[in-house]
Design a protein around this ligand. Structure first.
Ligand SMILES: [Zn+2]
Length: 423
């Protein structure tokens, strides 16, 4: 994920000891801890929890080693034992292991044009808490907005901490270019915000002083949610998921998902499909160029082309476009432009599915036929393989949920950092 993290809290401890052998031993144990936790989480998501012996068989470690690692994960409140299963033959009954519920949790925050939200997710995938504040952030001062977000985050952290949960960190979903290394929002065009240190903006709140804060682009995080939703609802392993995720909002974001991973680019700035050219001499775009996708298929552009009031909701636009008229024409033109841009991406990266998320999920029935027609016409692979257009499974919480998922991804990738932290 294109999360950018700045650690103020406890990071992974450096190996101590008398030399390189001890360091190697420690690094190996940290690696094995992560491998075991990843297996437990994946097996739980697939609906078939594993025992210590089953994990040992799968990952190729001695049963005693796995047992010791599992004990550490239980002690760190990352893993829980279920009731033992009745033994099918002589021997000890198997004890299924699952990620711990409502224990170590991730905080996902989201800043959208029309909302601020805070969502807490636990290692089992359960949403423990979700708070959404509806606001109109157009023309809003970023400092005041981040102060409100910090209040919302601090209230949420306080509430779940009182219930005995440990917040492993926070990630903020933002509608713009976010620098991965420094948790810096470089530019949010539709809010007209530039160069905001997200970490510092939240750190000033007394309730958040020790929280690790990362930041990432909302379309990338929504794509992360989509991978998880497809894994949970349809049983599709993450590794087999490949698609272009087109995320409609006021602007347009996108993410290319390959093997279940969101392709980030060098700085985490990939996926700017809104500025792919669909007509070199076409409408001016706020980026300074002409004929980008956004002045044709951005939500506000569609509403304006339909002759509807600027306050029209996406549902209102979808309803208006359901009958012949200017709204249907505007959405059809947007679908054509979106299909052209999507075909360009498909020709470059070789994926066979385009997933419509955000406002595009609401408009799916109106957009999908036009997008598919362009893909079939322009994507070279369409001659040999079926190309598909589908509606995203994740709903409006996708950016915040994806943000919380990336916090938990970090915990699962390096559980040793949380040994001793969650007591
Ligand atoms: Zn542009």
């Amino acid at each position: 994920m294109s999360t950018s993290t700045s650690r103020r809290g406890s990071g992974p401890a450096l190996p101590r000891g008398d030399g390189r052998a001890a360091a190697r031993q420690s690094t190996l144990r940290e690696h094995n801890l992560a491998v075991v936790l990843q297996r437990i989480v994946a097996a739980h998501a697939a609906g078939s929890p594993l025992s210590r012996a089953a994990i040992a068989g799968e990952v190729g470690l001695a049963r005693a080693t796995v047992s010791d690692l599992v004990d550490r994960l239980i002690q760190a409140r990352l893993v829980t034992e279920l009731e033992p299963l009745t033994a099918s033959r002589a021997g000890r009954p198997a004890v299924p292991l699952v990620p711990a519920a409502r224990s170590v949790v991730g905080l996902g925050l989201s800043v959208g044009i029309d909302h601020l939200s805070a969502l807490v997710l636990d290692l089992t995938g359960l949403t423990v808490s979700e708070r959404v504040v509806e606001v109109d952030l157009r023309g809003c001062d970023p400092e005041r907005t981040f102060a409100r977000l910090a209040d919302l985050a601090a209230e949420t952290v306080r509430a779940v901490t009182l219930e005995g949960m440990h917040v492993a960190g926070a990630c903020v979903a933002l509608p713009g270019l976010v620098s991965r290394e420094s948790a810096m929002l470089r530019y949010a065009p539709n809010l007209d915000w530039r160069d905001i240190a997200v970490d510092e903006a939240l750190a000033g709140h007394p309730g958040l002083a020790t929280l690790r804060v990362a930041a990432a682009n909302d379309a990338d995080l929504s794509a992360r949610t989509e991978v998880e939703e497809r894994r949970r609802r349809d049983g599709r392993p993450a590794e087999s998921q490949n698609f272009l995720f087109a995320y409609g909002a006021v602007g347009i974001g996108s993410a290319v998902v390959l093997g279940g991973r969101v392709f980030e680019g060098m700085h985490g700035w990939s996926g700017e499909i809104g500025h792919v050219v669909v007509d070199p001499e076409g409408r001016p775009c706020h980026c300074g160029a002409r004929g980008c996708l956004e002045p044709y298929a951005g939500r506000d552009a569609m509403v304006a082309a339909a002759g509807l009031p600027p306050t029209t909701t996406t549902t209102g636009l979808a309803d208006a476009a359901a009958v012949p008229g200017p709204a249907a024409d505007a959405v059809a033109e947007a679908a054509r432009a979106l299909g052209q841009a999507a075909a360009t991406v498909v020709n470059v990266v070789d994926v066979d599915e385009v997933v419509l998320g955000g406002a595009y999920a609401t408009l799916h029935d109106r957009l999908a036929p036009g997008v598919l027609a362009e893909l079939e016409r322009r994507a070279v692979i369409a001659r040999w393989a079926e190309v598909r257009v589908s509606r995203a499974l994740g709903g409006p919480s996708s950016p915040a949920r994806g943000a919380a998922l990336t916090v938990l991804d970090d915990v699962i990738a390096d559980p040793s950092a949380w040994l001793g932290a969650a007591t």
